[in-house]
Design a binder for this molecule. Structure first.
Ligand code: P6P
Length: 283
C-alpha cells in the first residue's frame, strides 16, 4: 500500500467521524437533487464537501468526483478518487445504517475498473467501521476516538452462503431474474435487504451470499452507479474471494464512459455469481 492510499484511508476515516457527528442534525433535505435525480440531504452535501476538501489536500490526489456533484473537482496528482459520500442516506429518516464508499483510481475519471488501485467503505452502524481493499487484501477497522484500529485482517467471503438481498420492486424484475430469485429462496438463504448497499454488502462479507440491484423493466441499467458504487464494492468483494457481475461480465472489466452511468450490480460468492450469469444467459 502506498503512503498516498494510506493517507486517503486516514482522510476518509477522519471525515467519517465528523459525518457521524452531524447525522442527527442534518436529516433535512437540501435544495437540490444529485446528477442522477436523488433528492439530497444536508448530510449528503456536508459529507461530499468535507471529503473533497480532505482528499484534495493530499498532494498526490489529482481529482475528486462524487455521486452528489455534476463535475470532477480537478487538482494535480496521479490518484483520482470517486465517492458516494453518504450511501443510503434515505435511511437517515428511519434511523437505519448508511455508508460512505470510495474508489481510488490511477487514471482520470471516468475510468475502467482495472484502474482501481484501492477501495473502501465506511459503515455507520451500531459502531462505525471501515472496510478497505488494497493489494488484494480486505481489512476491517474500527473507527473510534479518532483512531483507525484493525478489527479483522485478510477477510474472505464465507464459503457457505447464508443471506441474499435484491433491490427494486419484484414486479419490475426481468422474468429470468425472478426465476433465479425463486431458486435462491429454495436454497433457503435468508433475506437481508436494508436500502443501503454498504450495510447489505457487509452482511455478504460476514455471512456469505448475494447482494444485487438488478436491471428493471423501466430502468434496464438498474439504479446503482458504476463508478461510485459498482466498481469499489466489486473490488472489495473480489479481493475477499467473491465475485461481481452486471449480469454478463465482472463489474471490474467495465469501463465507465460517463461519470454517472448506472449498471446492474451483483456481488457475492463466486458460485452464486456464476449461477446468476448462467440463469440470465438462458442456461
Ligand atoms: P431502493 C441507496 O440509495 C442506494 O444507492 C444503495 O445504497 C441501495 O442499495 C439502493 O440505492 C437502495 O435503493 O430502491 O431500495 O431505495
Amino acid at each position: 500500500m502506498t503512503d498516498t492510499i494510506d493517507a486517503i484511508f486516514d482522510a476518509v476515516a477522519e471525515t467519517a467521524a465528523e459525518v457521524r457527528g452531524v447525522l442527527g442534525e442534518r436529516r433535512s433535505y437540501a435544495e437540490g437533487h444529485n446528477p442522477t435525480g436523488d433528492r439530497q440531504l444536508a448530510a449528503d452535501v456536508y459529507a461530499d464537501e468535507l471529503l473533497e476538501q480532505r482528499l484534495l489536500d493530499i498532494p498526490a490526489v489529482g481529482s475528486y468526483a462524487s455521486e452528489e456533484r455534476d463535475a470532477v473537482a480537478e487538482d494535480s496528482g496521479s490518484y483520482h478518487v470517486a465517492s458516494d459520500p453518504l450511501d443510503g442516506s434515505s435511511n437517515l429518516k428511519s434511523n437505519n445504517g448508511m455508508g460512505t464508499i470510495i474508489g481510488v483510481y490511477d487514471e482520470p475519471l471516468p475510468a475502467a475498473g482495472e484502474a482501481l488501485q484501492a477501495a473502501a467503505y465506511v459503515l455507520y452502524g451500531p459502531t462505525t467501521t471501515m472496510v478497505t481493499a488494497v493489494d488484494e487484501t480486505v481489512t476491517e477497522y474500527l473507527l473510534e476516538d479518532d483512531e483507525r484500529s484493525v478489527l479483522q485482517e485478510d477477510i474472505t467471503v464465507p464459503a457457505d452462503p447464508t443471506v441474499y438481498g435484491f433491490g427494486g420492486r419484484a414486479p419490475d424484475w426481468p422474468d429470468d431474474f425472478s426465476t433465479f430469485v425463486k431458486e435462491i429462496e429454495e436454497r433457503r438463504l435468508k433475506l437481508r435487504y436494508s436500502g443501503a448497499m454498504v450495510g447489505d454488502v457487509n452482511q455478504i462479507l460476514t455471512y456469505g451470499g448475494l447482494f444485487g440491484y438488478p436491471m428493471l423493466a423501466d430502468q434496464p441499467e438498474g439504479k446503482l452507479r458504476l463508478l461510485f458504487e459498482g466498481h469499489p464494492i466489486a473490488a472489495i468483494v473480489s479481493a475477499a474471494g467473491g465475485a461481481s457481475t452486471d449480469g454478463t461480465q465482472s463489474l471490474l472489466t467495465k469501463e465507465a464512459t460517463e461519470l454517472h452511468e448506472r449498471t446492474p450490480v451483483f456481488v457475492g460468492n463466486e458460485s452464486l455469481i456464476d449461477d446468476l450469469e448462467s440463469a440470465l444467459d438462458g442456461q
